[in-house]
Design a protein around this ligand. Structure first.
Ligand SMILES: CC(=O)N[C@H]1[C@@H](OP(=O)(O)OP(=O)(O)OC[C@H]2O[C@@H](n3ccc(=O)[nH]c3=O)[C@H](O)[C@@H]2O)O[C@H](CO)[C@@H](O)[C@@H]1O
Ligand SMILES: C=C(OP(=O)(O)O)C(=O)O
Length: 462
C-alpha cells in the first residue's frame, strides 16, 4: 500500500476505534512534565478476552465472560459474533458479556469486511465456524502494522485438520467437506495466534491433535482454562507440546479473564518515565516476572500487594539495559515501546533487540523528533551474550540517555507505539498534540479517564 493510502486508512481506523468506545475526539493536547500518580484498574487482557469470546461459538449453551475491558477490539469482535447469530447481552462498559451461540448461522454482510480490517481476531473464527457450519469466510485482516504478519501457519494447520482453503481476491474461503480430524502439527515458530487456531479447532476435531512448538503465553493458558471449563481435554506437555483429545460437544463457560499484563507494563513504564507512582489494581506478579526483573534493573521499584502492583520511580538515576524481545517466558514484544520512553531517561546506552516482528520501531521517529537519541538498525545488531537465537528479520534500537524530551505534534502509528507516544508527551516539557489516539483504545480501556485519575494535564482537541 502506498504511504498516503496507508496514512488515510490508519486515520480511518483510529477514528472508528475512537467512535466505538465514545472518545470525545481523536486528538488530545498534552501539557507534559508532571509525574503520573494514583490508582487505576486493569481489567481482562485484550489478548485473551477477544479469543475467549470466539471460543463461545463452540458451546451449545451460553457463556459468561467477566472483567471484559471496554476496548474497541472487544466491540469489533462482539459485532462480528452478532453478525454470525450470537446473541450478546451485558456490555464491555459493565465488564460482563453473556454470549449465547444457540442461533449461529452463516453470515453474509458487507460489515464483516469492514470489521475484519480492524482486528486480527477473525482468523480465529475458522475452526469454530467450520465445526458449527462447515464453512468460514475470512476477509483481509487488520491489527497493528508492525511487519508482514502472514497467516501461513494458520492455513497450514487448518489444512492438516482436513479443511479446504481457497484464497480469493476478497479473502479466504474455507470449507470442511469431510469434517475435521485430529492432526500432528509442528509450528515453525511458537506463534500465539496459530497456537490458538489449533486449540480452537482441535477441541472438537475427531481424535487426537498433537501440537509441537506451541506458544505458551499466559493468555493461551487462560484460553485453555476456558476451553477446559467448556468440556475440552487439553494437556500441556514439556517442551512446548500441547495434546488435545477431541470431544463431540462443548458447553458454555463462566470465566473471569486474566488481567492485561501488557496494559500493566505500559502504565508501569509511564510511572518510570514521568518519575511517578502508579498502583495497577488487578495486576499480578506471576505473569509479569520477566517485566519486573527488567523494570528493577533499570532502577524502577515495585510493591506486590494482594490486590495489585504499585510501580514507582524511587528517585535516583535510571540505568541502561539490553533487552531481547521473545516469546513467553521471554520479554514480550508488546512491552518494548512504552519502556523505551523510560530508557531515554536512563544514563547510558540501552539496546532493544526486536526479534518477534520485523518492523516494530517506526514509533521511535516521533521520540527522536521530541529530542530522544535513538538509532534503529534495520538489519539488527550482533551483540555479545545474546540469549534469543537471531531471527532473519530482526531489528535493533540503540537508545542513549538521558535526553530532555520536548513537546511536539505526533501521530499515533499503532497500539503500543501510540501508548509510547502518549508517555513521551506526558514526560516532555511543553505542549504536544497527539493525533490518532483512537488506535490506543484498541487495547487500553478508558485510557483518558485513567490519565485524568493519574493527574495528567491534557484536553481533547476541538
Ligand atoms: C491479538 C493478539 O493476541 N495479539 C498478540 C499476538 O499476535 P499474533 O498472534 O498475531 O502474533 P504471532 O505470535 O502469531 O506472531 C509472531 C511471529 O510469527 C509470525 N507468524 C505468525 C503467524 C503465521 O501464520 N506466520 C508467521 O510467520 C509473525 O509474522 C511474527 O513474526 O502475539 C504477539 C506476540 O506475542 C503479540 O505481539 C500480539 O499482541
Ligand atoms: C500487536 C498487538 O496487537 P494485535 O495483534 O491485535 O495487532 C498488540 O497488542 O500490541
Amino acid at each position: 500500500m502506498n504511504t498516503l493510502l496507508q496514512d488515510a486508512s490508519l486515520m480511518l481506523d483510529a477514528q472508528k476505534a475512537a467512535a466505538r468506545v465514545g472518545l470525545l475526539s481523536d486528538t488530545i493536547i498534552v501539557n507534559g512534565g508532571r509525574p503520573l500518580r494514583g490508582r487505576i484498574d486493569v481489567r481482562g487482557a485484550k489478548n485473551l478476552v477477544t479469543k475467549a469470546m470466539v471460543a463461545s461459538l463452540l458451546g451449545d449453551t451460553k457463556s459468561v465472560l467477566r472483567d471484559v475491558p471496554d476496548i474497541s477490539d472487544v466491540h469489533v469482535v462482539s459485532r462480528l459474533l452478532e453478525i454470525h447469530g450470537v446473541e450478546i447481552t451485558g456490555s464491555p462498559e459493565s465488564g460482563t458479556l453473556v454470549l449465547d451461540p444457540t442461533n449461529v448461522a452463516i453470515a453474509q454482510s458487507a460489515e464483516i469486511d469492514a470489521l475484519s480490517g480492524s482486528s486480527r481476531i477473525p482468523i480465529l473464527f475458522c475452526g469454530p465456524l467450520l465445526h458449527r457450519l462447515g464453512h468460514a469466510f475470512i476477509p483481509d485482516l487488520g491489527g497493528c502494522r508492525i511487519g508482514d504478519r502472514p497467516i501461513d501457519f494458520h492455513l497450514d494447520a487448518l489444512r492438516a485438520f482436513g479443511a479446504v482453503v481457497d484464497k480469493l481476491p476478497s479473502g479466504i474461503n474455507i470449507t470442511a467437506p469431510n469434517g475435521l480430524k485430529g492432526a500432528n502439527i509442528e509450528l515453525p515458530y511458537p506463534s500465539v495466534g496459530a497456537t490458538e487456531q489449533v486449540l480452537l479447532t482441535g477441541v472438537r476435531a475427531k481424535g487426537i491433535t498433537e501440537l509441537k512448538n506451541a506458544a505458551i503465553e499466559p493468555e493461551i493458558m487462560d484460553l485453555i482454562a476456558v476451553l477446559q471449563k467448556m468440556g475440552a481435554i487439553i494437556s500441556i506437555e514439556p517442551n512446548r507440546v500441547i495434546l488435545i483429545e477431541g470431544v463431540d460437544s462443548l458447553k458454555g463457560y463462566d470465566h473471569r479473564a486474566l488481567f492485561d499484563r501488557n496494559e500493566a507494563a505500559s502504565w508501569a513504564s509511564a510511572a518510570l518515565a514521568t518519575k511517578g507512582d502508579i498502583f495497577c489494581v488487578g495486576a499480578k506478579q506471576q505473569e509479569m516476572m520477566t517485566f519486573l526483573n527488567v523494570f528493577r534493573k533499570i532502577g524502577g521499584d515495585f510493591d506486590i500487594e494482594e490486590d495489585g502492583i504499585r510501580f514507582f520511580h524511587p528517585g535516583g538515576d535510571l540505568k541502561p539495559v539490553v533487552i531481547e524481545t521473545d516469546v513467553h517466558p521471554g520479554f514480550m514484544t508488546d512491552w518494548q515501546q512504552p519502556l523505551i520512553v523510560a530508557l531515554t531517561q536512563a544514563i547510558g546506552t540501552s539496546v532493544v533487540h526486536e526479534t518477534v516482528y520485523e518492523n516494530r520501531f517506526g514509533f521511535t521517529e516521533a521520540l527522536v523528533e521530541m529530542g530522544a537519541d535513538i538509532t534503529v538498525h534495520k538489519d539488527g545488531l550482533e551483540g555479545e551474550g545474546r540469549r534469543v537465537p537471531r531471527r532473519a528479520l530482526e531489528q535493533a534500537a540503540v537508545i542513549t540517555g538521558p535526553t530532555k524530551l520536548h513537546g511536539a505534534d505526533i501521530e499515533v502509528p499503532d497500539l503500543r507505539g501510540g501508548f509510547s507516544h502518549l508517555i513521551a508527551a506526558l514526560t516532555a516539557q511543553g505542549r504536544s498534540r497527539v493525533s490518532n489516539v483512537g488506535l490506543i483504545s484498541r487495547g487500553y480501556g478508558d485510557f483518558t479517564g485513567k490519565l485524568e485519575k493519574l493527574g495528567a494535564d491534557f484536553s481533547f482537541a476541538a
